[in-house]
Write a protein that binds this ligand. Sequence first.
Ligand SMILES: Nc1ncnc2c1ncn2[C@@H]1O[C@H](COP(=O)(O)OP(=O)(O)OP(=O)(O)O)[C@@H](O)[C@H]1O
Length: 591
Amino acid sequence: MFELKWLWQNLEGDRSRYILALILSVVGSSLTIVNPYISQRIVDTFISGEHAMQNLTQERGLLIMLCLGMIGFTLLRTGLAYLTTMQYEQASQNMLYRIRIFLYNKIQGQDMEYYDRNRTGDLMTKMTGDLDMVRHSMAWIIKTIIESLTIFIAAVVYFFSIDVELTLWLLILSPPIFIVAYIFAKRVRPMYVDLRERLSQLNTITQENIAGNRVVKAFAREDYEVEKFTEKNVNYAKANKAAALVWLDYFPYLESFAQAFNVILMLVGGLFVMNGRITFGEFAAFSSLIWAVSNPMRNIGIIINDIQRFFASLSKIVDVYYARPHIVNEHNAIDKRRYDGRIEFDHVSFKYDNVKVLDDVSFTVEPGETVAIMGSTGSGKTTLINLIPRFYDVSEGRVLVDGTDVRKLELDELRGNIGVATQDVLLFSDTIDGNIAFGDPDLPEEDTVKYARLAAAHDFITRMPEGYDTIVGERGVGLSGGQKQRIALARAMAVRRPILILDDTTSAVDLETEEHIQQSLRELDHPCTKIIIAQRVSTTAQADRILILDGGRLIEEGTHAELLAKRGYYYEVFMLQNEGIGRQVSAHGKE
Ligand SMILES: Nc1ncnc2c1ncn2[C@@H]1O[C@H](COP(=O)(O)OP(=O)(O)OP(=O)(O)O)[C@@H](O)[C@H]1O
């Protein structure tokens, strides 16, 4: 069975501990029959037997021994139960720890497409609730099944040793119980798969609402969000109730069967005692152990429910566990090279789910060149730069870095040669210093300050009460949009990579600050090819070359002056911006 094989595989390192736990479970549960056996001896010898009175006076030692034996076995069972639970807990916790790390690495190793397809709330549910369910199954469900089964078998064997016929009478109830349990399990399984899906939706809504609380507040959409959440919450609660209530349809049958064990024992066992077929002590042994046969029937519902939850959770974990990114690191380089920074797009086309967003794009950027990319919104600029570090792979054509197709380069090496400041600025909940040094944790403090200066961030950072030690909130909360962009820019520059990609990184800063940043970029103290996506002519004007994208096609390419002379898209933007903002950028790129 795949699920059990998977669990076994992931128990590596704790297998002996888990086997020990299973053995202890079996031994501890088998001991359950010892006390009923001793009770039987006590009843037959000292209470109801022919010579009971005589034994009571003459065999007191034996009686005391039997009583002490009962206490001893009770203590032994308690000790074993403690030890067993500890082994189960340790093995399952260790397993959980290992799988969680594995899954975390797996998620880290996925490509952008995976993140496009998977919801954060769902991934969070997999990493928390689903994993806990799997642990619970190892520590509790399997333990309960093994122990119930052992107690059941031990009791049945013991019953057989006392009286075969009476035992068979009792076992008559087993087939209908298993049929009912089977029907219940089949019915409830899809309900738990559905329940798991609804929980994931609930978590997704919660996560999105918390992450986007500013937008919600800005649009005063709290009521709408509460309504949306309530709807998902009600759905989840309904599904939960429905799954729990199914049990009630079957519960009366199973409970009746469980009670019927006692009735059969009373009727048949009582008859057998009366006609002397079994002793009163043997009847007492049956009576004190009948729970070992009926209790597993009572618990069957809880166990089946948990097993179904386990299957639903495991199938979700397995999705992540075996997920294979399309973009993989196949070429392991031992020494990581530093590239020259030559970039070439050779007839590149790209599709997102069959929708073409880049169409036959070709251009070359020589090492050290600065190329600006401009184009209307949705024209494919971000998509284009995403192909260089292989966030996505081309659908047609080739992207080459230093003359080699990026698909043939070692992925870490390739990405280790590129510094990126993305359009959506994400800062971590850390100090400003920690955020700037994110790509290079060994960055000396003076370098942090140097790159913050280059990114025109130093002044506002030093004005903050804690300076570089100021903790910025989640996603950089507490900073303005322009401030966040400047920290992200400092972070991208601080890694000193031979290729620097800036996706609209200065859109939220004022023009003076932008001029400072442009100056810094021109004067970087290491050789660097720069690709800058920008909407402002003031940003693009001094680039070595400007590429204009429109509907995924490269429609214009040239220097500022050349493109102005062409009187095409760039010229129009130039005119519009110069008129609009009253700032003069001349035809030669100088202000
Ligand atoms: N992950 C994605 N899945 C599917 N389609 C996408 C995805 N990302 C972008 N697109 C689509 O691809 C097209 C190009 O998007 P892209 O982000 O590259 O444009 P852009 O030129 O950078 O736009 P902007 O200037 O607004 O940032 C758009 O039509 C967009 O809807």
